[in-house]
Design a protein around this ligand. Structure first.
Ligand SMILES: [Zn+2]
Length: 482
């Protein structure tokens, strides 16, 4: 590694900044020789496993159980729901051969698993006692994307998919709310990433869904990124897969279904992009692979003993308090090099222990979020780090929320829409509701997309559509997207 640090500013060249962070913080290796398939390195995998854990805890707390379904889905399953096939078929990878034989039917690598799960649900769900059924799996999925970008758009990417079935429509709609709350508790409360949950317009919903609700966050270059989505599937798949139950009233009925997909990969991308700074990653405690790095500093051999002794003593104390700690004792590296290296990797807290600290009953503590240094007495260290853990997340949340809110602007005319999109803002505007109008807007603004309506939208008079001037029936958010 010739140049350790990031050489561009995030605010000036986000794209290059993002690529450098991915490589220099050793998150991914992009040299694998299939486009859209990347190697996830240990530091990233530890972050991703922590993100998974946060979602899985929430899902299980609300009655979901883990399963693992096959990677391959036979074409006959895939064909059963018409809109679903239309939505996904252009992106499917097919397995057609094995050894030197041609398979008797094509097998899809799952692009999403409705048609695998619901095939089995027709066996498992017989009566009202079998409901609700709430299962999830943490897996990779496969889509033949033309343009790929690490952690943002891949041909192989990581996510969670939860598939729920209910006896009534009311319960299914409640699940949609629970899914959104699940996203809020993890993505906002634990990771500090702000987002808007929007109801997608009818032409942009998930293939086979009655309604799609999706969370968009804002990347530093002004483009929005969908980080999670939940879908009201109604009874469409139930009918396609004959998922029928005998209800308490003795009647046979189709189940009501929902599916929910937290985009773990994209959440990792947002975590990097939203909180990172010109020195690299800034990771909240909830997902940081290491919470505290201890850097021993000594220049004379006689100081090494007491410095190292204290470093390991504090490590033990902090570990007993539940923190993930390492002592960076690489002797071939200078303290300054180590500071930069751990800042690049986003470790929230650094402790410096030199000769004075070893003999003085205190440590020098540096925070990754603010860069501030302070002196902390040994006896108060655990208490101080506990406080920093809370302040740190709050600080990241406030910074991110400020950026997000400052970049939403209201527009009432075509000129205002064009200007705001050019300035890389999210536009909030009155809208006629027509697909043609949305298509025209997208074309004219080089990618400005109607992302959807707020969840609490009431019917009413919204004046004139900011784009076409016809009567507006709703308010929508418009943005360029990944
Ligand atoms: Zn319009």
């Amino acid at each position: 590694m010739s140049e350790l640090g990031i050489t561009v500013k995030k605010s000036e060249n986000f794209s290059e900044w993002y690529t450098q962070v991915l490589q220099k913080a050793e998150l991914v290796d992009l040299r694998y020789n299939v486009q859209g398939f990347i190697v996830h390195r240990p530091w990233l995998m530890r972050i991703i496993k922590n993100i998974y854990r946060l979602f899985e805890e929430e899902l299980e707390r609300t009655g979901h159980e883990p399963v693992l379904f096959p990677l391959v889905i036979p074409e006959e399953n895939f064909e059963r729901e018409k809109e679903h096939v239309e939505g996904f078929k252009p992106e499917v990878f097919w397995v057609t051969e094995a050894g030197d034989e041609k398979l008797d039917r094509r097998l899809a690598l799952r692009p999403t698993s409705e048609t695998a799960f619901y095939y089995m649900y027709s066996y498992w769900i017989k009566g009202w006692r079998d409901l609700p059924l709430k299962l999830y799996q943490s897996v990779s999925v496969y889509r033949y994307e033309k343009n790929t970008r690490p952690l943002i758009r891949g041909r192989e990417f990581l996510w969670i998919e939860a598939h729920d079935a209910f006896a009534t429509r009311e319960e299914a709609l409640k699940q949609i709310e629970e899914d959104m709350e699940n996203s809020r508790r993890v993505i906002w409360e634990k990771l500090g990433i702000p987002f808007l949950f929007l109801r997608r317009p009818p032409w942009d919903k998930f293939g086979g869904a009655e309604d799609t609700y999706a969370a968009d966050t804002l990347m530093p270059d002004g483009r929005v990124l969908q980080v999670s989505s939940t879908h009201d599937l109604g009874q469409r798949f139930a009918k396609a897969f004959n998922v029928v139950f005998l209800d308490r009233d003795g009647e046979k009925k189709y189940v009501w279904q929902t599916c929910y997909g937290p985009g773990v990969w994209r959440i990792a991308a947002a975590l990097i992009a939203v909180h990172g700074d010109d020195k690299g990653l800034v990771l909240p405690f909830s997902v940081a692979p290491v919470h505290v790095v201890i850097i021993p500093i000594f220049y004379k051999e006689k100081d090494k003993g007491p410095v190292m002794e204290k470093a390991h003593r504090l490590k033990k104390t902090l570990e007993e308090a539940g923190y993930r700690v390492i002592v960076d004792d690489r002797e071939e590296r200078t303290p300054g090099w180590k500071f930069n290296d751990w800042e690049l990797r986003g470790v929230p807290v650094r402790l410096e222990i030199g000769r004075r600290e070893a003999n003085g009953g205190y440590v020098t503590l540096a925070r990754r979020d603010t860069g501030e240094k302070e002196r902390v007495e040994d006896g108060k260290l655990v208490e101080r780090i506990k406080a920093i853990e809370v302040e740190f997340l709050k600080n990241l949340q406030e910074r991110a929320k400020r950026f997000f809110e400052e970049n939403i602007v209201d527009a009432k005319s075509r000129e205002e829409v064009e200007k705001a999109l050019k300035e890389r803002k999210i536009v909030r505007m009155p809208f006629c509701g027509r697909e043609d109008c949305a298509a025209d807007l997208k074309e004219a603004t080089d990618g400005g997309k109607v992302r959807g309506t707020p969840l609490d939208l009431k019917e009413g008079d919204y004046g004139r559509c900011a784009w076409c001037g016809r009567p507006a029936r709703m308010v929508v958010y418009v943005a360029k997207s990944y």
